[in-house]
Design a protein around this ligand. Structure first.
Ligand SMILES: *Cc1c(COP(=O)(O)O)cnc(C)c1O
Length: 396
C-alpha cells in the first residue's frame, strides 16, 4: 500500500483565515493600507511584549530594513553566524557591507566565546568604535539567529555587545513564541532582547501569511523610522516629499488578515509541536545512532523544527537516510550548507569555524508541521527503527 506523503513543514489554515481574508476582499482593502495591518502589528507586539512593530513583505526585507536602521553601509562589517539560512546574510551585502562569519555553539546559535575571542584578538576598540585590524573597517552590528526556534545564548552575546557598544539584530524568523523562563531575560521573547528583532511568516514558518515578516523593537524611534523607510520614505503623503531612499516593503492587508487568524492559533501550534517533539524524543530513544537535539534549558521554545544528529552507528549516512526516508514518502532535509563556503561569500572572513561543520555533517530535520498527527510521528520513528536495524534494505 502506498503511504501518504508526510511533508517536512506545511502550514495549517483551519482557523479564521478564510473569514478574515474574505473580509479584506469584501471591504476592498487589499493593499498596503487597511485596518488589519495595524491590528496585526499590535497583536504581535502585544504577544511578544515589544513597544512597537512594523509589518513587512517578508523576513528578508525586515532584516534589510533593520540593518538600514542601524546605518550599516559599505564602510562597515557585520558579525553573522555561518550556520544559518542565507537570508540572514544577504541583506548585509544589500547594504554594501561585508559579513564576518562566526561559529555556532551546541545550541546551533552564535558562539559567544568565539565572538569575544575574535574581538579581543582581531579587533581594536577605541572611542566607542570597534575596528577589524586586518581591514580597518568598522564592525557595526551583530546579527544573531535563533536556529529552529532555539534561543541563541543571548546572555553571553548581549554581555559582549554591551562591552563593545554594538547593536544586536535578532533574526527571530524561526523563533516567534520562544522565550526565556529564567535568568537575566526571564519572560523575554526571542526578537525583543537585542536592539531590533525580525520575524518571518513564510509558508514554512510557525505561523504564515503566505509571505510576510515583522520588525519589532522597544525603541520607538527605530520603529517609526522603519515604518517610514518601508513605505518609500514618504515624509509628506500629499505632496510626495522624500528625504531618503526608501523601499516598498510594507505588508498588505490580505497578508495581515491571514496573520491575525494564524496568530490566534500560535499557542495551539506550539502545544502540538511540543507534544510531537516529546513523542519523537521518547520513541527515538530506542533507535540506535540517532539523537534528537535539545532546546536550550531555561527557555520555553516554540519547538518549530526538530533536528536529529545521525551518528555512524546508525548504519546509513545522513545523505542516504534522507533518500531512504523519501522512499517511504517521508520528507527530511539536511541542515543548510555553511554560508562562508558558498560562492558569494568565500572571500569573506570566517573566524575559527569548527563546530558548525560537525552539525553540517550530521544533522537532518524530520517532519514537524503543526498539524502532524501522533500516528505519523510513530510511523516515522518505526521507519527509522527498521532502517537502523538494517531490516529495511535499500530499495532505490
Ligand atoms: C525564513 C528565514 C529568513 C527569511 O525569511 P523570509 O520571510 O523567507 O524572507 C531569514 N533567516 C532565517 C534563519 C530564516 O529561516
Amino acid at each position: 500500500m502506498r503511504k501518504p506523503f508526510i511533508p517536512l513543514s506545511v502550514p495549517s489554515l483551519q482557523g479564521n483565515e478564510l473569514k478574515y481574508v474574505t473580509e479584506a476582499i469584501e471591504t476592498e482593502w487589499v493593499s498596503t493600507a487597511g485596518p488589519y495591518i495595524q491590528q496585526f502589528e499590535e497583536k504581535v507586539s502585544g504577544y511578544v511584549k515589544a513597544k512597537g512593530a512594523v509589518a513587512v513583505q517578508n523576513g528578508t526585507a525586515g532584516l534589510h530594513t533593520a540593518l538600514q536602521l542601524l546605518g550599516v553601509s559599505s564602510a562597515d562589517e557585520v558579525i553573522v553566524p555561518t550556520l544559518t539560512f542565507i537570508a540572514a546574510v544577504n541583506p548585509i551585502k544589500y547594504c554594501g557591507a561585508d559579513p564576518i562569519f562566526m561559529d555556532c555553539d551546541d545550541s546551533l546559535g552564535l558562539d559567544p566565546h568565539k565572538l569575544q575571542a575574535y574581538f579581543e584578538k582581531e579587533c581594536v576598540f577605541q572611542d566607542g568604535v570597534l575596528r577589524n585590524k586586518s581591514t580597518d573597517k568598522t564592525i557595526k552590528a551583530i546579527v544573531v539567529v535563533h536556529v529552529f526556534g532555539n534561543l541563541a545564548d543571548m546572555e553571553g552575546i548581549m554581555k559582549i555587545a554591551e562591552r563593545y557598544q554594538l547593536p544586536v539584530i535578532e533574526d527571530a524568523t524561526e523563533a516567534l513564541g520562544s522565550y526565556y523562563t529564567s535568568g537575566r531575560y526571564a519572560q523575554q521573547y526571542a526578537g525583543t532582547i537585542g536592539t531590533l528583532g525580525v520575524y518571518s511568516f513564510n509558508g514554512n514558518k510557525i505561523i504564515t501569511t503566505g509571505g510576510g515578516g515583522m520588525i519589532v523593537s522597544n525603541n520607538i524611534k527605530l520603529i517609526d523610522r522603519a515604518r517610514y523607510l518601508t513605505t518609500q520614505a514618504k515624509r509628506d503623503s500629499l505632496y510626495y516629499i522624500h528625504d531618503d531612499i526608501g523601499f516598498n516593503y510594507r505588508m498588505t492587508n490580505i497578508q495581515a488578515a491571514l496573520g491575525i487568524a494564524q496568530l490566534e492559533q500560535l499557542e495551539t501550534f506550539i502545544e502540538t509541536k511540543k507534544q510531537n517533539y516529546f513523542q519523537y524524543k521518547k520513541e527515538l530513544a530506542e533507535v540506535n545512532g540517532l539523537n534528537l537535539l535539545s532546546f536550550r534549558k531555561d527557555t520555553r521554545p516554540n519547538y518549530w523544527f526538530y533536528a536529529i544528529e545521525v551518528d555512524k552507528s546508525f548504519g546509513h549516512s545522513r545523505h542516504k537516510l534522507i533518500e531512504l526516508l523519501g522512499n517511504h514518502h517521508i520528507q527530511a532535509r539536511p541542515i543548510w550548507d555553511l554560508i562562508h563556503q558558498q560562492i558569494p561569500y568565500k572571500k569573506n572572513c570566517a573566524y575559527t569555524i569548527e563546530t558548525a561543520p560537525k552539525y553540517l555533517e550530521s544533522v537532518i530535520n524530520l517532519p514537524c508541521s503543526s498539524n502532524l498527527a501522533k500516528n505519523d510521528v510513530s510511523f516515522i520513528v518505526a521507519t527509522l527503527k527498521r532502517l537502523s536495524a538494517g531490516i529495511e534494505e535499500d530499495k532505490s
